[in-house]
Design a protein around this ligand. Structure first.
Ligand SMILES: Cc1cc2nc3c(=O)[nH]c(=O)nc-3n(C[C@H](O)[C@H](O)[C@H](O)COP(=O)(O)OP(=O)(O)OC[C@H]3O[C@@H](n4cnc5c(N)ncnc54)[C@H](O)[C@@H]3O)c2cc1C
Length: 411
């Protein structure tokens, strides 16, 4: 079957859907099609790991962000439950897994990320989950209704939120992390210790430097064996061991990729008339002057908007101080801006573990580039502004390290 769309969008998540919405605001008549390999319209992926949704304290319907009627009203064709499997950039066509061939004028790759799965022996047993999609969440919700013991694997945001949800459901939880300290690659020892303490107080057993060797059980998982030979019984396991961008089908089209699809500040790829946005974009960030890939909702939404504008012919560079917040076990944790530790960067600590309120402000060349905040998320917005305005804070280290110092006075 042959079809055509002036604007073809692969991926119906927040980036792809926002791009479609933005294009429609600018071009009332141009045909727009969204291809999604999930059988749904836009839903809130961020809600999937939040206890209210999981423990069914809010109606399930709250997960839907766009109803079928919205696509009809906007004259946006949603082709759901179909995967794009081939791209021919010379013919400007995309082929779907049912053989449909779609010609495009402008193409957006908003293909997000896929959860990495463990491949250890036994990892195909029932009740071993990842959490990326609504269908994954439905599986976990069903399992938590009868589970008594769970193992969560990996020390990321989703895993942290899952531990909280599982404990609220009254399930015994063992958290396995590879490192010797929580979020070692992003945080320091103090932050890691605060999070670990909160998890332990919340009833989570943490096993550090833990490597899964295999899962045991009959059809369903009954436990995990670690590489040191120890065994942990469980009736469900949730793996949060990272995500990857599903771009392998684009390789023959010679779209340049690193960890994500490479793009400039206008979210254009190396191929004319093809853009990328959201979690799949490894883009030139004009605030930090480097190529980065992010994984957060607001970034994906705002990139969808910028890509949409660029696809209708505007020249809009993407500019946003990115942030991510999470809550659990009485902590609110936020990451803002560029928090990558680098030898030349200066880190100023603000607050302490004893105060149960602790921030790290990351400075490069006299300017704040990022911060991590534990129970200090009220400072997120002012720090974003300081980053965005490139305010020079050289010589202000003493003030910044004083938790009572009002950061707004730097603005
Ligand atoms: C459980 C969970 C909780 C989260 N919580 C937060 C939070 O609290 N705050 C926050 O800021 N961020 C959070 N995030 C991250 C946030 O959800 C993502 O950054 C955001 O959804 C990315 O949007 P996107 O549109 O770029 O990609 P996605 O939402 O991943 O959408 C991409 C879509 O494209 C589809 N697709 C991929 N390849 C193809 C193909 N070849 N053909 C057709 N379709 C394809 C995918 O299946 C998917 O439906 C969370 C993520 C998860 C998984």
């Amino acid at each position: 079957m042959k079809e055509a769309a002036k604007y073809l969008i692969i991926g119906g998540g927040i980036a792809g859907t926002t791009a479609a919405e933005t294009i429609r605001q600018q071009d009332k008549d141009g045909s727009i099609a969204i291809i999604s390999d999930e059988p749904y319209g836009l839903y809130s992926r961020i809600m999937l790991s939040k206890p209210n949704f999981f423990l069914e304290k809010i109606p399930f319907e709250k997960v839907w962000l766009k109803q079928t009627s919205w696509y009809q009203e906007q004259n946006i064709k949603l082709i759901a439950g179909k995967k794009a499997v081939e791209l021919d950039v010379s013919k400007k066509t995309v082929v779907l897994d049912d053989g449909t061939n779609i010609e495009y004028e402008k193409l957006l790759l908003a293909i997000g990320g896929c959860a990495r799965k463990l491949t250890n022996p036994g990892s195909d047993k029932k009740n071993i989950f990842v959490l990326r999609t609504l269908d994954d969440a439905k599986g976990i919700i069903a399992a938590t209704k009868t589970a008594k013991k769970a193992v969560t694997i990996g020390g990321g945001f989703v895993s942290f939120e899952m531990c909280d949800m599982l404990r609220m459901a009254g399930i015994e939880v063992t958290l396995l992390i590879r490192e010797d300290c929580y979020w070692k690659n992003l945080l320091d020892e103090t932050s890691g210790a605060m999070i670990e303490d909160a998890l332990i107080k919340g009833g989570v057993k943490i096993i550090k430097q833990a490597e899964v060797a295999e899962f045991y059980g009959k059809e369903k998982v009954e436990g995990v064996v670690l590489k040191d030979g120890s065994k942990i019984d469980c009736d469900m396991a949730i793996c949060g061991v990272g995500i990857f961008c599903p771009f392998s089908w684009l390789e023959s089209a010679e779209i340049k990729a690193g960890r994500g699809i490479l793009a400039n500040e206008f979210l254009e790829t190396n191929i004319p008339d093809i853009w990328t946005a959201g979690d799949s974009a490894e883009f030139k960030d004009i605030i930090i002057g480097e190529t980065v890939q992010l994984g957060n909702w607001v970034n994906a939404q705002m990139q969808g908007k910028a890509a949409g504008l660029n696809m209708v012919g505007k020249k809009e560079p993407f500019k946003l101080v990115s942030f991510y917040t999470t809550q659990g076990f009485g902590l609110t944790i936020a990451f803002v801006g560029d928090i990558r530790p680098k030898p030349e960067r200066v880190i100023i600590n603000r607050g302490s573990k004893e105060m149960n309120s602790y921030a790290r402000i990351i400075i490069a060349d006299g300017e704040v580039v990022g911060a991590t905040l534990i129970n200090r998320t009220q400072e997120l917005s002012v720090i974003s502004k300081i980053i965005e305005k490139d305010i020079n804070v050289a010589g202000k280290e003493k003030e910044l390290s004083d938790p009572a110092f009002n950061l707004s006075s730097l603005n």
